[in-house]
Ligand binder design. Structure first.
Ligand SMILES: NC(=O)c1ccc[n+]([C@@H]2O[C@H](COP(=O)([O-])OP(=O)(O)OC[C@H]3O[C@@H](n4cnc5c(N)ncnc54)[C@H](OP(=O)(O)O)[C@@H]3O)[C@@H](O)[C@H]2O)c1
Length: 352
């Protein structure tokens, strides 16, 4: 039986692609995906609409001819450089325009689900209270996650729809078109080290090598998003969603070095964005030698993103008590999953 019509903002992004894939495959949803560009690999069963959510009229025009939307899954994210701080004003406008356009066009809107992240707690800024609790540990420096949640909470009071949110931390995913990916970026780094006969030195500070991390696989995230958005008991709440286990980069590093046949190396802080920017020719040699798909190093790896991820010398642990109380039990083995995704990149001949 159909649950309803899902309006997915950002269906070509990391979260959005996985979500539309899940919703369309389930057969329970009519799925509309809204982004500016059309997808490079459209997902079967998704109606893609091209519009700029910064333009309220275009947004209203795009949704008008389609079946009334019952659920918004908001997975869009304003274009940002790879610096950790993102625009609050622009991200808020994107969300507000989507909600207003759908709200006006559809008399059947029941729920708006927002994707947030560890940035709610300031994971990108410095040490924060751990395990971070949804209702108590909003970081003192305002950001777009706060503004978007406040908007939904306020607007829903006088609306017929309810809201909810999920807070994943760094994502683990196979996304061949998205270089901003920690698995493919570290795989490319290891491949370059192997080609140069160098050790796999850890480029962040020692604390980042040893501190405790939590990440989120897209399978866990999208399954939980669908549950949250369709369970009335979850309405009005945000939920931390991670694999729930913890790991240290040290464990990943040792196995990554073995995978590529290089020494684990030492902690040697430096920016991969500087070091790797000069490795285009090395990558071309790797590609020829291993007969990889013709993708440039910049399409496989995002060094600034890796630098921002690996510089965090603090623990990144989110609390899952609220999720458990609501029967949200998604979990995964993060290190195992990292290497399974890496294998998928290798099998697809994107990485050696
Ligand atoms: N990626 C991560 O590791 C991670 C980790 C934790 C939390 N999160 C959170 O997850 C959410 C989604 O992030 P993501 O990384 O999946 O995003 P992403 O890969 O950057 O994708 C962004 C999506 O938004 C669309 N978009 C951007 N500007 C638009 C506009 N003006 N009008 C219409 N569509 C627009 C993009 O398509 P077009 O460019 O074609 O418009 C794309 O589909 C964010 O809140 C993020 O903070 C992400």
């Amino acid at each position: 039986m159909k649950i309803g019509t899902a309006f997915v903002a950002g269906p070509t992004g990391a979260v959005g692609t996985a979500l539309v894939t899940r919703l369309a495959a389930s057969g329970r949803w009519t799925v509309l995906g809204v982004s500016r560009k059309s997808p490079r690999r459209p997902v079967k069963g998704v109606a893609y609409l091209q519009c700029d959510l910064l333009d309220p009229l275009a947004c209203a025009g795009a949704v008008a001819p389609h079946p009334p939307v019952t659920h918004i899954f908001y997975c869009a994210r304003a274009t940002h450089s790879d610096q950790p701080v993102e625009s609050t004003a622009e991200n808020l406008r994107l969300l507000a325009n989507a909600v207003d356009a759908v709200g006006r066009a559809s008399g059947e809107l029941r729920h708006v689900h927002l994707v947030q992240g560890g940035k709610y707690y300031g994971v990108h800024l410095g040490p924060f209270p751990t395990p971070a609790r949804e209702g108590r540990d909003r970081c003192a420096v305002p950001n777009f996650n706060h503004a978007q949640q406040d908007f939904l909470s306020e607007r829903s009071r006088s609306a017929a729809w309810s809201w909810s949110a999920c807070r994943p931390n760094t994502l683990l995913h196979y996304s061949p078109d998205i270089g901003r990916n920690i698995v493919s970026t570290l795989g490319a780094y290891a491949a370059v080290c192997a080609q140069l006969g160098r050790a796999l030195d850890f480029p962040g500070p020692a604390g980042a090598y040893r501190s405790l991390k939590q990440v989120t696989t897209l399978d866990v995230l999208t399954r939980t998003m669908e549950k949250i958005a369709t369970d009335p008991n979850c309405a009005g709440n945000a939920f931390n969603v991670t694999n729930t286990d913890v790991f240290r980069w040290k464990a990943v590093w040792e196995r990554l070095a073995r995978t590529y046949g290089v020494d684990t190396g030492t902690v040697r802080p430096r920016l991969l964005a500087d070091d790797m920017a000069r490795r285009g020719e090395v990558w071309r040699r790797i590609r020829r030698r291993h007969r990889l798909r013709p993708a440039g190093l910049g399409e496989v790896a995002n060094w600034a993103f890796a630098d921002a991820t690996l510089e965090r010398y603090w623990d990144e642990i989110l609390c899952h008590d609220r999720a458990r109380r609501h029967g949200l039990d998604g979990r995964d083995d993060s290190v195992e999953r990292f290497f399974r995704i890496l294998e998928t990149y290798r099998e697809a001949r994107i990485l050696p």
